[in-house]
Design a protein around this ligand. Structure first.
Ligand code: G3H
Ligand code: 13P
Ligand code: ZN
Length: 320
């Protein structure tokens, strides 16, 4: 089937009490690892491309890689989404250039300016059959350029006005997740019996209040990597240095997926799987230099990690 928008996907996810995985793509191996898992598990999927991904891999290459995945995975619906669109021009370029969904991230602007910018993107997108994700509230985080040093939770009392004035199709909210592999400072966490950091729980009270005010409306969670400790360990064992990397516990994401959250963004976990696998490969095979040899196990581990997310965390396996 051709690329689709997320409209029907979200309707089914909301009613079915699961979430669709939105995974960031930057190269062929990542696209393949994600979509092979989704095809085998019969799961709908959102492939998302950030400003950084477009700068790294080039818009056309990424669109063509995703189109190739659509051909290779004929049984599942695939959305091509712009992640954290920074301005109207970038959103327009993606709408004109084959994307079926865009995010306009106006969360760093004032409430009024966020509304005005988001509305402008929505008008253009809807005229072209493309759906739009907006954002209210900011995510704490220290890793990438879309993050903010200090996050602020979404204010539920603002969501109805934002959605009705902008016409957005889905809304990203801030309930305590953040981008990257260091989501929480050690001092914000407790340690379990194995010495692993346990972060503070997500603000389910905010999610519930938002969904009461927007019944049936799809909510998005960014910054939802769980930072699997098996891969943190692998990175550290094979020459890396990622002390105290910690993510969002998977059981909390599963819980959110049963509520109004219809899209869960995961990027850092795939990066960790790829990096850990490649580090291990080079330590064990210092004589090798063929990229196919180290990218192959990296792709395979991305695939298995995505399969785990679909089946055990998002609940979207078998929902294509
Ligand atoms: O939320 C951001 C995504 O993880 C994309 O990150 O800007 O490094 O491509 P990036
Ligand atoms: P993570 O860094 O937790 O994977 O979040 C990804 C994300 O929100 C992409 O928009
Ligand atoms: Zn994000």
């Amino acid at each position: 089937m051709p690329l689709v928008t997320s409209k029907e996907m979200f309707e089914k996810a909301y009613k079915g009490g699961y979430a669709v995985g939105a995974f960031n793509v930057n190269n062929m191996e990542i696209v393949q690892g994600i979509t092979e898992a989704c095809q085998e598990e019969k799961a709908p999927v959102i492939l998302q491309v950030s400003k950084g991904a477009r700068a790294y891999a080039n818009h056309t290459y990424l669109v063509k890689l995703v189109e190739a995945a659509v051909i290779e995975c004929p049984d599942i619906p695939v959305v091509l989404h712009l992640d954290h669109g920074p301005d109207f021009e970038t959103c327009k370029a993606c709408i004109d250039g084959g994307f079926t969904s865009v995010m306009i991230d106006g969360s760093s602007h004032s409430f009024e300016d966020n509304i005005a910018l988001t509305k402008k993107v929505v008008e253009y997108a809807h005229d072209h059959g493309v759906v739009v994700e907006g954002e209210l509230g900011t995510l704490a985080g220290i890793e990438d350029e879309v993050s903010h040093a200090v996050g602020s939770y979404t204010r539920p009392e603002e969501v109805e006005e934002f959605v009705s004035k902008t016409g957005v199709d889905s809304l990203a909210i801030a309930i305590g997740t953040s981008h990257g592999a260091y989501k929480f400072k050690p001092e914000q966490c407790t340690r379990n019996e194995k010495g692993i950091l346990v972060p503070p729980p997500l603000r389910f009270d905010i999610l519930e209040e938002v969904s009461k005010r927007l019944p049936g409306f799809p909510i998005v969670l960014h910054g939802s990597s769980s930072v699997p400790q098996e891969y943190v360990k692998m990175v550290n064992e094979f020459g890396g240095k990622m002390p105290d990397a910690v993510g969002v516990p998977e059981d909390q994401l599963r819980q959110a997926a049963k509520l109004a959250v219809c899209k869960i963004n995961i990027d850092s976990d795939l990066r960790l799987a790829m990096t850990g696998t490649i580090r291990k490969f080079f330590t064990e095979h210092p004589e090798k230099f063929d990229p196919r040899e180290y990218l192959k196990p990296a792709r395979a581990n991305i695939k298995e990690l995505v399969r785990h997310k679909l089946v055990d965390v998002l609940g979207c396996a078998g929902k294509a």
